[in-house]
Design a protein around this ligand. Structure first.
Ligand SMILES: [Zn+2]
Length: 136
């Protein structure tokens, strides 16, 4: 994990993700979003992008994934788009459907977030709805 925020306010989480995206405009940045049931706070992390082509893709190590999953309840996987808009690519949709987690995307161009939800959901749908409303 490279950066982390834990906060009650979703707008703080939003700013954290947008700010880190802007700090690295030539590479996709990526991380996780979750919820800590004990502290009742949302958590977001920025993880190392291990893809070969970090301008168009992202990849996070399985160890980072497990560490995050063990520390709180996972809501979704975050990444930025440095080109185009915030809509999920065909690849994003496939990945989201395969891991049963939502994909949270921020576009540097449009300054907008989008959330893609897979048909089979391995996360708390009510919590994700909260996030969805504030990220729009
Ligand atoms: Zn994407």
């Amino acid at each position: 994990m490279e950066h982390k925020i834990e906060h009650k306010s979703i707008s703080e989480i939003k700013d954290f993700l947008a700010n880190h995206s802007h700090q690295n405009m030539s590479n996709e940045i990526c991380g996780f979003v979750g919820f800590n049931a004990e502290t009742k706070k949302f958590i977001a992390t920025i993880e190392k992008n291990e893809a070969v082509d970090t301008r168009s893709f992202f990849s996070i190590s399985p160890v980072s994934y497990l560490n995050f999953k063990n520390s709180c309840s996972m809501l979704g996987i975050f990444h930025s788009h440095i080109m185009g808009n915030e809509n999920p690519s065909e690849f994003d949709i496939k990945m989201s459907e395969a891991c049963c987690l939502s994909f949270i995307i921020f576009s540097i161009n449009s300054q907008n977030f989008s959330i893609y939800e897979p048909s089979t959901k391995d996360y708390d749908v009510k919590l994700l709805d909260k996030l969805k409303k504030k990220l729009k």
